[in-house]
Design a protein around this ligand. Structure first.
Ligand code: F0G
Length: 506
């Protein structure tokens, strides 16, 4: 399906090269400078990016139910901050004007999903809704075995408890925090192996989610297959800015894993958004559907974990899907122990019905053009005002580049958290630090955290007017950035610190 109206950004890039330039075809973005030139040219052709002409993306849906947006006063926001220990995870939702804490489980469901919920068959075993769910996952991924879980980290727990043994190593482009924690919880060591461009917030490299294939090969050769239960690739790379992985790169990752005898898994939370970027940026992909591109990835993998709270367009749900019957049997045993019987996996059966519909809706091109268009719209407004953000903007969020936003704050003044606090103080906007607090204590090896503040956009929830309000809030803080003070951590939890830490202003 094509959107009528002004064309959206269409980059045309060649598949699968890294800066080290190991692919045969010399793509313009094999060098950072080449990529920049190429993207600049693409921009000139793009009518949406003129300074005077930021057009909001067309919403391919209309409103049927509304929810009032809270409007806490400045005094109420100050009191809320103090009560919350300056950790926005501790705020009540009615203290938040625009909630960009996460895009996970915050989607608005469609009328079709709500009607699927009403057809819930709440049988403990063999529910009709499980059959619908299983069939949707099979048809998208091609994996024959589908094991449900209550959400993504439930799926990660199943996979890690089944496959990871103490002393083993799990490589990934970049682990998400819960994935990293589950590998570590099973006694393994998570290792991040992204391309170098992933750590440069100003590089315009179009596939910053790509894996450094040479480093992966070296690691697998050094450790041997008995020390690596599986390799994983996260599409899109959330920790690195919602950045896509190219199909060309994933093919080379699969080749290396096969040659070294190591199974390959996908963290497929945002697989449809990743496929959209492949379609718009990778040469030869522009006429392939989202489903076909996704399938090209899944065909190269042995299995996947999924948080359906992202590209499943639901408020709760997840699964592991695998090719191997033996692995599936072992996963089901752990499922029964921790999640529930393998035909519900910790969910109400009606939830499975909503996932079955949501997975299909997330593949719709008009939906994805709006989805990615919203993120680009917000980034465009910030760009016009000179606010530094991680470039190029990714799939589900705008990530502010804290190091350039608050250059006067040293690392120990926790500038990411300071900025999160300030955006809330200014306009009641809730964001999250993705940097040294989220990844500082139990970090994966080789992980040089970028200091970022993420503004994650829930799917089908906020309008462009809301995003313009967010942009105004950020720009107001940026204009008075020299006055922003740092914070210190007053309570540091052992694991996943960002969720429950407490802070105080310096
Ligand atoms: N993998 C990735 C890439 C994720 O982004 C998340 C969750 C998970 C796994 C875990 O899934 O939350 O369903 O248990 N990300 C959310 C976020 C929390 O805000 O980015 P979950």
């Amino acid at each position: 399906m094509k959107t009528r109206g002004p064309p959206l950004k269409r980059y045309r890039f060649t598949a699968g090269a890294t800066r080290s330039g190991r692919s045969a075809a010399a793509a313009p973005w094999q060098t950072v400078r080449g990529a920049r030139r190429h993207i600049r040219r693409a921009r000139v052709r793009r009518p949406l990016s003129g300074r005077s002409e930021r057009l909001a993306p067309f919403e391919p849906f209309k409103t049927k139910v509304v929810e009032r947006i809270p409007n806490p006063s400045r005094e109420e926001r100050e009191r809320a901050l103090a009560r919350a220990g300056f950790n926005l995870f501790n705020l009540r939702s009615d203290e938040v004007r625009i909630d960009l804490l996460t895009d996970s489980g915050t989607s608005a469901m469609s009328d079709r999903q709500w009607s699927a919920l009403m057809l819930g068959d709440e049988s403990y075993a063999g529910s009709r809704n499980f059959a619908e769910f299983e069939s949707a996952v099979r048809s998208i991924t091609g994996f024959p075995h589908v094991i449900p879980a209550h959400q993504g980290r439930g799926a990660e727990h199943l996979l890690c408890a089944t496959l990871v043994r103490p002393g083993q190593v799990v490589p990934n482009n970049m682990h998400f925090d819960t994935t990293q924690a589950h590998v570590a919880h099973a006694g393994g060591t998570p290792v991040n192996l992204p391309v170098a461009e992933a750590y440069d917030p100003e590089s315009e490299y179009p596939f910053k989610g790509d894996v450094d294939v040479r480093k992966l090969d070296e690691l697998l050769a050094h450790e041997g297959p008995e020390r690596v239960p599986f390799a994983m690739v996260t599409i899109t790379n959330n920790t690195g800015g919602g950045q896509p992985v190219s199909l060309g790169n994933f093919r080379r990752v699969a080749d290396v894993c096969r040659a070294r005898g190591v199974p390959l898994y996908l963290d497929m939370c945002r697989w449809a958004e990743n496929a959209y970027f492949v379609r718009t940026r990778e040469a030869g992909m522009e006429h392939r559907s989202i489903g076909e591109i996704g399938r090209a990835f899944f065909d190269l993998a042995d299995g996947a974990t999924m948080s359906a709270k992202k590209d499943g367009l639901v408020n709760i749900g997840g699964f592991v899907a695998v090719r191997d019957a033996g692995v599936a049997e072992r996963l089901k045993e752990v499922d029964i122990l921790y999640e529930g019987f393998p035909t519900y996996g910790g969910l109400a059966r009606r939830d499975l019905a909503a996932v079955a519909v949501g997975l299909q809706e997330a593949m719709d091109l008009e939906y994805l053009e709006h989805r990615i268009g919203q993120v680009q719209f917000l980034a465009g407004l910030l760009e016009d005002a000179g606010v530094p953000y991680l470039r190029p903007v990714g799939g589900h969020a705008v990530y502010l580049d804290v190091t350039r936003f608050l250059p006067h704050l040293a690392a120990d003044a926790l500038p990411g958290q300071a900025l999160v606090v300030e955006l809330y103080r200014e306009g009641g906007v809730r964001s999250v630090e993705v940097g040294s607090i989220m990844f500082g204590t139990s970090g994966a090896t080789d992980h040089r955290p970028l200091e970022l503040v993420r503004l994650a956009i829930p799917r089908r929830v906020y309008s462009s007017a809301h995003l313009a309000y967010v942009a105004r809030t950020i720009i107001a803080v940026h204009e008075r950035r020299a006055s922003v003070r740092g914070v210190k951590m007053t309570h540091r939890p052992e694991r996943l610190p960002h969720f429950t830490a407490r802070f105080a202003p310096l």
